[in-house]
Design a protein around this ligand. Structure first.
Ligand SMILES: Cc1ncc(C[n+]2csc(CCOP(=O)(O)OP(=O)(O)O)c2C)c(N)n1
Length: 197
């Protein structure tokens, strides 16, 4: 299973949801499908996409917030599952694309390689009830649709190949993306705590 195909499959469902991605290959693959102002590609702050997603979910209870994470990034902030479990945002869907690799910086193996570390088991153990692992495109699509329907925190670990886009490059700098994302949320969501930008 390839992450790009997974993203392609769920892309139509993302049109109305705030989406936060990790940097690098995942961000590029989503961008390549067509940028939208409800997509925020987190740069530099590896491991913190889930933290930003949690903050958005708590601030925007009427929105379904989606985090697109990576195994390396989650491993860098493992406590995030315990934090998510504690706050239980009903409107957050956390998807880890587990390719067993730090693909975007050269493809070094991560701790999930060869099944050493099981992110889904960690999420369960942290106290998250709705956790699923997807190894086929069908199961991935099913898990995501179920999560979008569910009024509860959902974590999905998608086992994908360590392959990424052929080329990197976005016609969008981080500050512009951040300002447009925030403005979009302020204009379209029933935002409770967003200030003017
Ligand atoms: C704190 C920190 N350390 C290292 C990096 C460099 N870095 C950027 S992306 C990346 C790999 C991310 O791996 P993963 O989350 O598994 O996603 P993948 O690239 O495999 O899609 C690394 C090490 C960074 N941005 N921040």
């Amino acid at each position: 299973m390839e992450r790009a195909r997974c993203l392609e499959a769920i892309y139509p469902e993302l049109y109305d949801k705030p989406v936060v991605t990790i940097m690098g290959a995942c961000a590029q693959e989503l961008y390549n499908l067509g940028h939208r102002d409800n997509f925020f590609y987190l740069q530099h702050a590896m491991g913190l996409a889930s933290s930003i997603g949690l903050g958005l979910a708590l601030s925007l209870p009427a929105e379904k917030v989606v985090v697109l994470d990576g195994d390396g990034s989650v491993l860098m902030n493992l406590g995030t599952f315990a934090t998510l479990a504690r706050y239980q945002p009903k409107n957050l869907v956390h998807i880890s694309f587990d390719n067993g690799s730090l693909l975007s910086t050269g493809g070094f193996t991560s701790h999930t390689t060869s099944g050493i570390t099981d992110l889904a088991a960690i999420a369960k153990g942290a106290g998250i009830e709705h956790v699923s692992t997807a190894t086929t495109p069908y199961r991935f699509g099913e898990s995501v649709l179920e999560a979008f329907e569910r009024n509860a925190l959902s974590v999905i670990v998608a086992k994908v190949k360590a392959v990424g886009p052929d080329q990197f490059g976005m016609n969008l700098q981080l500050p512009e993306n951040a300002f447009r994302f925030k403005r979009h949320l302020a204009e379209t969501s029933r935002a409770l705590h967003l200030t003017e930008v």
